[in-house]
Design a binder for this molecule. Structure first.
Ligand SMILES: [Zn+2]
Ligand SMILES: [Zn+2]
Length: 269
């Protein structure tokens, strides 16, 4: 199988460095055959502006990917976006990102969830069983939208919910069951391995990937995709082998990348 890395950011999201071409240049050096640029999506109502590009940067973002593609004809360069799902954004994702700007794919992510009506952060904000239930609900709605090629870091709740218990297990099973019925691949995210580990009553571990999630995943016929989630060009491909080792340990099946590629390999004129 050709090497791929389908999740990376650019400086536009305010917490990453480099532009599309910088990432693709590193990908070429590391002999990654297929690379996908997927910055945090702009939102029509400018919600959570501190971690995403502004709407008026969208054309420039799309152009930066095309430029990187033109300069590296030896690689397959896909265009994408990492998105928080909300029913109100559905038309924007579909009409603007997929149809108008012809992005190759979208990643569904849950960085925020509705906690008793108000939006709360997943980073630092999943502490109670009720938070896990709300997190899973948000993730399942994201999958059900039908807009996304895969779901990023489904085990992100491990960053602040520290102890594996029956609540994490039931959240995990709800997510896995939905992924099976909706045929939605799940991502083992390399960025979690690079972040500072957390001290927990059950020992020190990465915030995510959280291993018990993936050991339970072995009971479900799901597919996985492993990405670096690079926020610096030098991090392209980083920790992907750690992710694949985890996938191998639990005999998780690799996702089929060909539907993404068929868009790109069809000549556009
Ligand atoms: Zn990010
Ligand atoms: Zn990301």
């Amino acid at each position: 199988m050709e090497t791929y890395d389908l999740h990376m950011h650019t400086h536009r999201c305010h917490h990453a460095s480099g532009d599309s071409e910088d990432y693709v240049t590193v990908a070429a050096k590391k002999e990654v055959a297929i690379v996908g640029i997927t910055d945090h999506t702009p939102l029509p109502d400018h919600r959570w502006p501190e971690i995403r590009m502004h709407l008026n940067e969208l054309p420039d973002y799309v152009e930066s990917i095309q430029k990187a593609r033109d300069h590296h004809p030896d690689l397959t360069v896909l265009s994408g976006m990492e998105c928080e799902y909300e029913q109100d954004y559905h038309a924007f994702f579909e009409d603007e990102l997929l149809n108008r700007h012809c992005l190759d794919y979208l990643i569904g992510s849950v960085h925020f969830y509705r906690n008793s009506g108000a939006w709360a952060k997943v980073h630092g904000g999943i502490q109670k069983p009720s938070h896990l239930v709300a997190y899973a609900t948000q993730m399942i709605a994201t999958m059900e939208s039908g807009l996304f090629a895969f779901i990023a870091h489904p085990d992100l709740f491990g960053n602040s919910y520290l102890t594996w218990d029956k609540n994490t297990e039931s959240c995990t099973r709800d997510i896995l069951q939905a992924a099976v019925s909706l045929k939605m691949p799940l991502e083992i995210n390399g960025y979690g391995f690079r972040k500072e580990s957390v001290d927990t009553p059950q020992g020190r571990r990465p915030m995510y990937p959280w291993e018990p999630f993936w050991s339970i995943a072995a009971e479900y016929p799901i597919q996985v995709v492993v990405n670096s989630d690079a926020h610096r060009p030098e991090d392209v491909l980083e920790n992907i082998s750690d992710g694949w080792n985890l996938a191998k340990k639990y005999s998780l099946e690799s996702f089929d990348i060909s539907p993404l590629l068929s868009v790109r390999t069809t000549p556009s004129n």
